[in-house]
Unconditional design. Sequence first.
Length: 230
Amino acid sequence: MKKLIIAIDGFSSCGKSTMAKALAKKLGYTYIDSGAMYRAVSLYCLQNGLISQGKVDETTLKDRIGALTITFETDADGFPQTLLNGVNVEQLIRSLEVSNAVSIVSAIPFVREAMVDLQRKTGEHGGVVMDGRDIGTVVFPNADLKIFVTADATVRAKRRYDELVEKGHPEPYELIVRNIELRDRLDQTREVSPLRKAGDAIVLDNGLLSIEEQDAWLMEQVNNKIHGAS
Ligand code: DC
């Protein structure tokens, strides 16, 4: 059976990675979190003093980026783990410090070039579900199936709010909506590889869908591609 390249792009806090992971598992494909790669480079910069006062030492980073290794493995429970130079950094790359640094690091053109090369190498043989912002537009413009995920900012904010309440760290709902709207604007207006829907991507507005409905919809799109219905 044909092994597809599946690109899942879209706005932040849309549940892209949960959806991509579940789909990869169901199909027996490899899941690649392209955002984790940008986060790993950002962590490297922070750990090596290459970021100061919101500026990256691009000369040094450019010299070293070719020698960085970013790889993935699966832990005993089946969860993907990110390795930077052979060391598991999965927890560290999710920190607030890295989240704050990643928007400047991921906007550097030579960083994007290096990551796009790596993403293409990882997915070139198919059987891959990759999520990010520019997978269907830049990384795999010929992907077999492209999904662009969106949901109203207020719906995403409500989900995030509920998650934080559940974790015991509630934050004001209004603040969360504003933060999501700001990130949407930054993602869409940055100069290099801004977030935009590929012409041939299928839009999934998951604001009103349950997880089960969403999974069923996704499998229908995959089956259509595998069996040639579209
Ligand atoms: O998906 P995420 O939030 O883990 O992504 C982290 C950051 O990397 C976010 O600022 C967007 C950026 N990113 C990107 O520019 N291109 C991608 N393909 C994936 C993520």
